[in-house]
Design a protein around this ligand. Structure first.
Ligand SMILES: Cc1cc2nc3c(=O)[nH]c(=O)nc-3n(C[C@H](O)[C@H](O)[C@H](O)COP(=O)(O)OP(=O)(O)OC[C@H]3O[C@@H](n4cnc5c(N)ncnc54)[C@H](O)[C@@H]3O)c2cc1C
Length: 521
């Protein structure tokens, strides 16, 4: 994946791309992957880094959604369970099986949750990750030593998938790129272009570093910009009504021993009626989430004090050791797109839990809603509109069977797993330069060779790309990431041929972002 080479391809003014995708999160990448699987020519533009938006801020679960089952949305759960199974097969290096325990405090909970989870097992059929079962109070405490035993009756164990969201995004981008798509980060779509009949014919993009502008021709344009979808809809039609109301979900990251063991805690109904998870992930415990309406779509949303208090208080109710602000290693926030209430109404509702594809009069295709787990199906359903929008035929989708970049049957051990088949190539870098085997931070297993690899092969251009999304240190421990920035930036500067001035500016940019992940106690 070479950014300069991909930018060069934009200079060909005569080229007409079959599909141009705006947005390099789960949705846009799913579209690009499906389109290349059908032999279509594809260009994808992301104004920041791949997965910089909501797609690096999820709970990192590949799930059918037990709670949608409770709401009777059987079709949605079935679809997600199928996609969960496919992804685990196609990207075993980025996904894993995770056991969850729902603590039970009375007989009714036991009956209710056991029945629901048996149904979940049944629907998973041959894609099941394990059967749910009731466990005693003693076993619940043994498996989750940090659980508050007061009033505890027992627990119900069930299984779902877990993944590394930002690295999956990268792997999909690499897969699409190797299959012939051009994918570009830090390339913003500024305007759409129409022909005399008012149909979309192309768009204007800009390299956010060189500021160079390009004019691109396209047969179909897909708006996959998540909470930013209205901005693109307004590029298409300046009078377009606002359709999206962002709703924020935050996660707090704690030391793993607050819960202990390997199992995740799932609370089906918190005080505000949401689900709360406390999930072991990459050596820490990720706890969330919330549902708070926000006015603006932002790339770097910030957790509110009341959200932090809510998560801490709710988690404290279920843990023997009560976490405080001082225990929080990092806090990160993501935005989900809710449907904006119609004028006069105050109610918001989530844009279909399932995804939605809308075709505007100009032919602009907008994909909204859905979830990470179903990104591939969302892409397939969007590309299905290609014949309708362009009048051209296309091949059937083959994205179901594409093995994602790094696929290997022998998963490397420890933190190397996410690199899959590339792990050995990164380790080889240390043979030529033993200095690259130095750790980036004493409390993290990652080594300097990973920084070099991220710059050379993973389109990492800023400190944040490396420390937040190639390596997940910023969201696991914000202070550790801040402490590592200088070491990382020096190596990046030597790889990218940058000077002192660039280093200073990068450090300043990174500090500004990283401080948002710290909680002042
Ligand atoms: C708190 C929370 C927890 C979640 N947990 C889970 C979970 O555990 N499992 C699960 O399956 N799903 C989960 N989800 C849902 C999942 O994260 C989202 O459905 C998914 O990430 C949305 O991806 P997206 O591509 O639509 O949006 P985004 O990831 O926001 O991507 C949109 C991209 O468009 C880019 N963009 C915007 N304007 C332009 C422009 N003009 N030019 C170029 N690029 C542009 C942005 O920079 C951004 O990167 C969660 C969501 C939230 C909020």
């Amino acid at each position: 994946m070479n950014r300069d080479e991909n930018l060069k391809q934009l200079q060909n003014k005569e080229k007409i791309w079959d599909i141009v995708v705006i947005g390099g999160g789960a949705s846009g990448l799913g579209v690009a992957l499906d389109a290349v699987s059908r032999g279509l020519s594809v260009a994808l533009f992301e104004k920041a880094d791949f997965a910089k938006g909501t797609s690096s801020r999820s709970t990192k679960l590949l799930h059918g959604g037990v709670r949608y089952l409770a709401q009777g949305d059987v079709f949605l759960v079935l679809e997600a369970l199928r996609e969960r199974g496919r992804l685990i097969k196609n990207a075993p290096h980025l996904t894993q099986n995770q056991a969850f325990i729902i603590p039970v405090y009375n007989r009714w909970d036991r009956i209710q949750y056991s029945a629901g989870l048996k149904m979940y097992d049944y629907m998973s059929a041959n894609l099941s990750l394990g059967s749910s079962r009731y466990i005693s109070k003693e076993e619940t405490i043994r498996r989750m030593p940090g659980i508050n035993p007061e009033g505890l009756f027992g627990g119900i164990v069930y299984y779902d998938g877990q993944f590394d969201d930002a690295r999956l995004a990268l792997s999909i981008a690499q897969t699409a790129d190797h299959a012939g798509a051009i994918v570009l980060n830090y390339t913003k779509v500024n305007a759409l272009e129409k022909d005399a009949s008012g149909k979309l014919s192309g768009l204007h993009v800009q390299d956010m570093f060189s500021k160079k502008k390009y004019s691109i021709k396209a047969r179909m344009v897909v708006n996959a910009t998540g909470v930013f979808a209205d901005k693109v809809l307004q590029m298409d039609n300046p009078d377009a009504a606002k359709t999206i109301q962002p709703s924020q979900g935050i996660h707090l990251v704690l030391d793993l021993d607050f819960l202990g063991g390997k199992d995740a805690l799932m609370i089906p109904k918190t005080r505000d009626g949401r689900v709360l998870f406390a999930v072991p992930w990459q050596g820490k415990l990720v706890v969330g989430t919330t549902d708070t309406l926000r006015e603006k779509a932002k790339l770097e949303p910030e957790a509110l004090q009341k959200e932090i208090d809510f998560v801490l208080e709710t988690a404290a109710g279920y843990l023997t050791r009560k976490p405080t602000r001082a225990d929080v290693k990092s806090v990160f926030a993501g935005l989900r797109p809710l449907a904006r209430p119609k004028e006069g109404s105050t109610k918001t509702k989530e844009i279909s839990r399932s995804h939605k594809v809308i075709v505007s009069e100009s032919g602009l295709v907008t994909l909204t809603g859905g979830k990470w787990t179903t990104f591939r199906k969302m892409g397939e359903d969007t590309v299905e509109y290609f014949p309708k929008v362009t009048g051209l035929a296309m091949d059937p989708s083959r994205s179901k069977d594409i093995l994602l970049h790094g696929f290997t049957k022998v998963i490397p051990k420890g933190h190397w797993a996410v690199y899959g088949s590339n792990a050995v190539l990164i380790q080889d870098l240390t043979k030529a330069d033993s200095g690259l085997s130095e750790r980036i931070h004493p409390e993290f297993p990652n080594i300097l060779a990973e920084v070099v690899w991220a710059v050379r092969h993973e389109m990492a251009l800023k400190i944040e790309d490396v420390l937040s999304r190639r390596i997940r240190m910023l969201i696991l421990d914000a202070q550790a990431a801040l402490d590592s920035a200088e070491k990382v930036v020096k190596l990046m500067a030597s790889e990218l041929g940058k000077d002192e001035g660039w280093i200073e500016k990068e450090l300043e940019d990174f500090r500004k972002v990283a401080e948002k992940y710290l909680i002042k106690s």
